[in-house]
Ligand binder design. Structure first.
Ligand code: ADP
Length: 638
């Protein structure tokens, strides 16, 4: 029996392999019974019923069956192949060896029980049935010929007295085995029955296997389409699943362009670049509306003969001979068309077309969702752009006002009364807060901007941490906060943007400094854990109330104790951190106790530094650096 739990490759072969391995195990179990029955029946027939059997030969035969079954059982239990495809081929070979050995045993058994007069002739049909269930039609028909041929040879050899004839049923008229009419008619009926059983069973089994194959692909399609919201990936999965499920040449999806109403090529599988570039829609919009939408699905049995096609020549050049088209409909509204192509004419029947309709149906909702997601994303991006524009426009006047107030505070434009100085000081603090808010809004918009994934590159993490700590050193020193940095000696790289990583570290370390009392402690601990890096940023500050922990990642959320302690902030820092960490494929968690301190744990996937494409030691911009559009500058803590 094949015992396997995991395979390196060939996920498609695994269900078939499991089925075959199970069948092989069944065969072996059944053969124990068959071998034992031969021995038991011999004892009973000879000793109790006194039948004239060649007792010794039967014992030998029973022993032979049990012997090769033992060898098969031991062999199948031992072999262990990590590759599913190889394992499948091996299991098929083992089954072939089994049925071949069974054929040999059956031939001997038939001869010992009377050859063409044997009452055990139905065994031959059972043998054919077993092969038809397990093997292909070709192998089954080969065994039908072999089985019937063997019986014919036995009948001939007994008739020619080259083999002794065993008569096991004394009441049966002797000499029948050499009667040509009896022998001929028996052989003809057995051949007919064996052929019919072989043919019908393989037809049923093939149909069943195709159905299983399609159901498996339908499940795979469901899984694939529900696992992505990205339209190109989704369409790619759909066409691949459709073509692979039917084992045909290829498939394509054309979606309706909302502005022009035309069918636009959106995804394909198995088609050449030339066909994708030049071959316009196979069907006109008119045929699409009149045939595909009103009487779906449309089966084109022979591309060369069908006048409904627009470019039959291009399709023929591509090697397409037949096609099925199914509409992609979402809540009755047509979104596009799914075409599946075969290299042979008349390759598609109603069952195939029905299956393609199901794939199109499955895909429709997923496409609708992906389109909505695309619309949402672009709306979010537009909003982000708007926020960036507005906040950027605000920065210049606020910075100008700040510089004027500071000039006045330094006494460069004359003296102020104490009250006036105090008021100016308060204006400066408010302007500082406003600047923080502007910078955070800009950073948040940058974190949300689409296309960030395309800017990711290997960034040296330890260098970035050191720079962030350096940048906040002055703030820490002014509060007498001690920062301890523990890291592995060798540099680690993560796939990120330098600017984004700078904001993550700046916000977390900045918060730790901001939320500890004077003289407090802040720790930054970096540990490599396999393919990941863990960064712990801890402090012994004011902590976060337990009921507020789930909310601290929300935009503009500020902790109760932080507000009560009069610590200023925008409530945007951790939202910025979360956005960037997610875009870098990492995760962040927090543990905190009010009054005791907090630990933020950051997990990020490491990447191969050899693929570092930028300068050798990139800087870690935060306050000084620009965002992709060169407009962000930011102070660390919010
Ligand atoms: P801000 O610090 O500007 O208020 P953040 O988004 O950075 O905004 O943090 C949200 C809230 O989480 C803070 O208002 C504070 O209550 C809490 N918080 C964040 N980091 C810490 C920390 N290290 N110690 C205590 N509280 C923290």
């Amino acid at each position: 029996m094949v015992k396997r739990t995991s395979y390196q490759t060939g996920s498609e072969e695994i269900p078939l392999l499991c089925e075959l391995a199970g069948d092989s195990a069944h065969l072996i179990r059944a053969r124990w019974v068959a071998g034992a029955l031969v021995l038991l029946a011999t004892v009973l027939s000879v000793r109790v019923l006194s039948l004239p059997l060649a007792e010794g030969s039967f014992y030998l035969l029973g022993g032979f069956i049990l012997l090769y079954n033992t060898a098969l059982a031991l062999y199948t239990r031992r072999y262990n192949i990590p590759d599913a495809a190889q394992c499948l081929a091996r299991t098929q070979k083992i089954i072939l060896v089994q049925v071949a050995l069974d054929w040999l045993s059956m031939a001997v058994f038939l001869h010992l029980t009377g050859g063409i007069c044997s009452p055990a002739k139905p065994l031959l049909l059972i043998h054919v049935l077993v092969i038809a269930i397990l093997m292909s039609r070709q192998i089954t028909l080969l065994f039908v010929l072999l089985d019937v041929g063997t019986l014919t040879v036995i009948a001939y050899l007994e008739h020619a007295e080259l083999l002794p004839h065993h008569c096991v049923t004394p009441a049966f008229p002797s000499g029948m085995y050499s009667d040509p009419v009896y022998v001929g008619s028996r052989l003809a009926f057995i051949a007919l029955a064996a052929f019919a059983i072989g043919y019908l069973t393989t037809t049923i089994m093939n149909r069943q296997r195709q159905r299983d194959h399609r159901i498996a692909h339908l499940l795979l399609t469901t899984q694939a389409v529900s696992s992505t919201l990205k339209l190109p990936n989704l369409l790619g999965d759909l066409v691949r699943c459709a073509a692979e499920a039917l084992s045909v040449r290829g498939a394509s999806i054309r979606l309706i362009d909302e502005s022009s109403g035309r069918l636009v090529f959106s995804a394909s599988h198995g088609l050449s670049q030339a066909y994708r570039d030049d071959g316009g829609p196979e069907l006109s919009v008119e045929v699409f509306e009149r045939v595909v939408l009103s009487e779906p699905p449309l089966i084109i049995h022979d591309v060369s003969q069908d006048s409904r096609l627009r470019h039959p020549q291009a399709m023929m050049r591509e090697g397409i001979r037949s096609m099925v088209s199914a509409p992609i409909l979402s809540r009755g509204r047509p979104l596009g068309i799914l075409n599946v192509y075969a290299s042979e004419a008349y390759a598609f029947q109603a069952a195939h077309a029905d299956f393609i309709m199901k794939i199109a149906y499955l895909g429709a909702t997923a496409i609708e969702n992906a389109l909505s997601y695309e619309r949402l994303e672009s709306a979010g991006q537009e909003r982000g752009m708007f926020v960036r524009m507005v906040t950027h426009e605000l920065r210049t006047p606020v910075a100008g006002a700040q510089s004027l107030v500071r000039t006045m505070l330094r006494g460069l434009v004359g003296d102020f009364t104490e009250k006036q100085s105090e008021l100016l000081h308060r204006v400066d603090v408010r302007l500082e807060q406003l600047m923080d808010l502007i910078n955070d809004l800009l950073a948040l918009a940058a974190g949300r901007m689409g296309g960030l994934e395309r800017q990711l590159k290997p960034v040296p993490l330890l260098a970035c941490i050191e720079q962030s700590v350096q940048r906040l050193n002055q703030e820490a020193e002014s509060k007498h906060v001690e920062i301890t940095l523990k890291d592995p000696r060798s540099e680690l790289h993560i796939l990120a943007t330098e600017d984004g990583l700078g904001k993550v570290l700046g916000n977390l370390v900045g918060n730790a400094i901001k939320y500890v009392q004077a003289g407090g402690r802040v720790g930054v601990d970096v540990k490599q854990q396999g393919d990941l890096v863990q960064i712990l940023i801890s402090d012994n500050g004011i902590g976060i109330p337990a009921d507020e922990l789930p909310h601290i990642w929300d935009e503009f959320y500020r902790g109760r104790n932080a507000r009560n302690a009069g610590i200023t902030g925008t409530g945007l820092g951790l939202s910025i951190v979360k956005h960037f960490v997610e875009r870098f494929g990492g995760l962040i968690q927090v543990e905190s106790k009010e009054g005791k301190g907090s630990t933020f744990t950051l997990m990020l996937p490491l990447c191969d530094p050899s693929s570092l494409s930028g300068p050798d030691s990139p800087t870690c911009p935060e306050e000084a650096s620009a965002d992709p559009e060169g407009i962000v500058s930011h102070n660390a803590a919010t």
